[in-house]
Ligand binder design. Structure first.
Ligand code: TMP
Length: 212
């Protein structure tokens, strides 16, 4: 099983991915929790480049290729081996983020973006994608609070983007959910963390029952 978590900044996906991984382990499911960008040591370096506010002027095409480079490496060294061992892979963001951010929000050609996504992921698609949906104002407020609490200096490149950028990301995710109803589950990310976890886990339980 390959499960991905997506949404705008501050939607709470990383918290939920961790909670669900803990619950699956408790239920006896062998799983790994990973992320993009930054699911490997080299990927972590790529993540630093991508998120550094000092790299504000990174050209959009270069940004797109960096995400795909991180992905190709992550697939080869983490995701494919884990899936081959029949482990569940929970991934905090995956190629839908590239379509939403680099495609819909940055304006990169959607066909090219989709093709690059397919190449970097070796044609592997998530079995299920949870889209944690909330208004941009809610997400940004949470992201700023998180940064203040973790004493992170300033905002990263993406959090510094204007509201219109985040609205375009949210719109992009909404389009992806409409185009891929077979794997997308849209959940209301304005709920409490406990309610959200219960919602997501109940969807997964149906799959737990059919998994060997
Ligand atoms: P995070 O939410 O996991 O910290 O993600 C880091 C940032 O990278 C976030 O602002 C979304 C962005 N991103 C893209 O723009 N394209 C991608 O393909 C991925 C995976 C993330």
């Amino acid at each position: 099983m390959f499960i991905t978590f997506e949404g705008i900044e501050g939607c709470g996906k990383s918290t939920q991915a961790k909670r669900i991984a803990t619950r699956l382990e408790r239920a006896g499911v062998s799983c790994i929790l990973t992320r993009e960008p930054g699911g490997t040591p080299i990927g972590n370096d790529i993540r630093q480049i991508l998120l550094s506010s000092g790299n504000r002027h990174l050209p959009p095409l270069a940004e797109l290729f960096l995400y795909e480079a991180d992905r190709a490496l992550h697939m080869e060294s983490v995701v494919k081996p884990a899936l081959a061992e029949k482990k569940w892979v929970l991934c905090d963001r995956f190629f839908d983020a590239t379509t939403a951010y680099q495609g819909y929000a940055r304006g990169q050609d959607l066909h090219m973006t989709t093709r690059l996504n397919e190449m970097a992921s070796f044609g592997i698609k998530p079995d299920m994608t949870f889209l944690l949906d909330c208004p941009v104002s809610v997400g940004i407020k949470r992201a700023l609070k998180r940064n203040a609490e973790s004493q992170v200096a300033g905002q990263d490149r993406f959090e510094q983007e204007k509201t219109a950028f985040h609205e375009a990301v949210r719109h992009g995710y909404g389009e992806l959910a409409k185009q891929n109803p077979d794997r997308f589950v849209v959940v209301d990310a304005t709920q409490t963390e406990d309610r959200l976890e219960a919602d997501i886990f109940s969807c997964l339980e149906k799959h737990l029952l059919i998994e060997p």
